[in-house]
Design a protein around this ligand. Structure first.
Ligand SMILES: [Ca+2]
Ligand SMILES: [Ca+2]
Ligand SMILES: [Ca+2]
Length: 230
């Protein structure tokens, strides 16, 4: 659960008997060890969240948007953090942080780009590793969406791409393009997406259903505990 006003994310663990007691929930901010940055409520850490398995180990990882992150003198330039999941929950190892100034990420971080108000982890290319889609709704006044691939090492920037509303032939002036991302948005808008931009791996062409994950989850031990942590 994201609480953008507090710039915090709370994780409530699940168990075989349901959501665990509130006393076991864990709160994460930019001051939590292993989380990049320094806590600042203006960053709006947690305004957007998405969980899926980036690394292919069968355990979901978490993307966290911080559209209010200041970069240098640029207010609301924005950022997206990636926190790794483990059998014990989110770990303090391997976290990543991306902005438009990160090497390999197209574009340049500017004031009021607001990168990160919508994030979605989904396996866009169908290779079993969830990829990151992230929007900057203020980009060039119209908004744009970035796609960064997932690999066993995490999110990588080679083959990163960005596209805005003009590229898809959509109305663009003040469009806040990308303010909604992911499967519900795709279901709602699929008929309007030009064929060249459709995402075949997301859909079974015959049924229009979302395919099962191509990479099986581990069976020897479930990441969901039978009982809650103490
Ligand atoms: Ca993982
Ligand atoms: Ca920019
Ligand atoms: Ca992928």
């Amino acid at each position: 659960m994201g609480a953008a006003q507090d710039s915090a994310v709370t994780v409530a663990r699940g168990s075989a008997s349901g959501v665990c007691a509130r006393a076991t929930w864990k709160r994460y901010t930019e001051d939590t060890p292993g989380v990049p940055g320094t806590h600042d409520t203006a960053d709006r850490f947690g305004e957007s969240l998405s969980a899926a398995d980036i690394t292919g180990d069968g355990i979901d990882d978490l993307a966290v948007g911080l559209p209010g992150r200041e970069l240098g003198q640029d207010d609301d330039a924005g950022a997206v953090d990636i926190l790794r999941g483990s059998r014990a929950g989110l770990t303090d190892e391997g976290a990543q942080s991306f902005t438009q100034d990160t090497a390999g990420v197209p574009g340049a971080a500017e004031a009021h780009d607001a990168f990160g108000p919508a994030v979605e982890l989904l396996d866009i290319n169908g290779n079993g590793y969830a990829d990151l889609a992230a929007a900057a709704v203020g980009e060039d006044g119209n908004g744009a969406v970035w796609e960064l691939p997932g690999r066993p090492t995490g999110i990588v920037t080679d083959a990163a791409l960005v596209f805005g509303p003009k590229a898809v032939g959509a109305p663009y002036a003040g469009a806040a393009f990308g303010s909604e991302l992911g499967w519900p948005a795709l279901q709602k808008n699929l008929r309007g997406i030009p064929a060249r931009l459709s995402i075949p791996s997301l859909l079974d062409r015959r049924t229009g259903e979302r395919p099962e994950r191509s990479r099986p989850r581990p069976t020897e031990e479930s990441p969901c505990p039978a009982t809650c942590p103490s």
